[in-house]
Ligand binder design. Structure first.
Ligand SMILES: NC(=O)c1ccc[n+]([C@@H]2O[C@H](COP(=O)([O-])OP(=O)(O)OC[C@H]3O[C@@H](n4cnc5c(N)ncnc54)[C@H](OP(=O)(O)O)[C@@H]3O)[C@@H](O)[C@H]2O)c1
Length: 265
């Protein structure tokens, strides 16, 4: 299986790389993994070495995906070096927090460039190869695409746009046999969110808002991504898979005066 993963050195990206390895191993298939970071360096070197130790054929690549030309180049490089492509995972993303009243215009543009445009341009660059393999695209969105997240600036609007971009690609490219889906993580503990979870009070209060009673792990998200990218989801396109422990649907349960189910253990 030939896969390109962006944001590969981040918390969720790294887990996605290892989850593809586990799935390929379980099927007795060789994984060729183009692992893309924003820049070369020790994080990408360390990830590549770890995956290579596991027997993965790793192709470390780097590109600033805020640059449109770099998106096209990255897709082309990955396809050339992997000799084809079965799955594109567009996982790289950023948050530039600030209320919309004060958000800097450059921050808005930066978030939209990475969290929306990069997926479109990577997908476009990979389209011919994915049509040949009847492959799949999975983009990592967020529950913030479904529910406004005040204070996070352009993040919710951008992830919502990403969701619609993928649904539209799913329609436009279904005739090519290319499936396009999104995964929307809820509260996940990664380097991006670690500063919040290091605060014990925030950790416990956040755990209490999740019906499943815990913060999600990068592996929780990675397994959903690999499922949507693989043959078990062969008739699934244009969907968003929430991986949020029930958080998104919990809003009405928080209204005072509603009869409660028994307290958790
Ligand atoms: N953690 C959560 O709770 C959560 C919840 C919902 C959705 N998500 C989404 O999940 C995805 C992964 O997040 P994460 O928590 O794993 O965050 P993370 O650890 O900060 O990883 C983000 C990745 O994006 C890459 N990236 C940032 N700017 C880039 C650029 N200009 N060009 C190329 N790559 C760039 C980073 O690469 P470098 O390190 O090489 O710069 C990094 O690997 C994101 O799309 C995020 O929005 C996360």
């Amino acid at each position: 299986m030939k896969v390109l993963v962006t944001g590969a050195t981040g918390g969720i990206g790294r887990a996605i790389c290892f989850a593809f390895h586990a799935a390929a191993k379980a099927r007795g298939r060789q994984l060729v993994l183009a692992a893309a970071a924003s820049r070369p360096g020790s994080a990408l070197d360390a990830l590549s070495a770890e995956l290579a130790d596991e027997g993965v054929q790793v192709i470390p690549l780097h590109a600033d995906l805020g640059d449109p030309a770099a998106c096209a180049r990255l897709a082309a490089d990955a396809i050339e070096r992997c000799a084809g492509l079965d799955a594109l995972v567009s996982n790289a993303g950023i948050v530039r927090g600030a209320p919309l009243a004060t958000l800097d215009v450059d921050d808005w543009d930066t978030v939209f460039a990475l969290d929306v445009r990069a997926t479109w341009l990577l997908a476009r660059g990979a389209r011919t190869a994915l049509a040949q393999s009847r492959g799949a695209i999975v983009a990592v969105a967020s529950v913030a695409s479904l529910y406004p997240f005040p204070g996070l600036g352009a993040y919710s609007p951008a992830k919502a746009a990403l969701g619609m971009l993928c649904r539209q690609l799913a329609q436009e490219w279904a005739a090519d046999g290319i499936r396009v889906n999104t995964v929307s993580p809820g509260l996940i503990r990664t380097p991006l969110t670690e500063p919040i979870y290091r605060n014990e009070e925030f950790l416990h209060r956040r755990e209490a808002t999740v019906p499943l009673g815990r913060i999600g792990t990068p592996d929780d998200v990675a397994r959903a991504v690999v499922h949507l990218a693989g043959p078990d989801a062969g008739y699934v396109t244009g969907v968003d898979l929430r991986v949020d422990g029930g958080l998104g649907d919990h809003i009405l349960a928080m209204i005072p005066g509603v009869p409660r189910s028994p307290e958790r253990g």
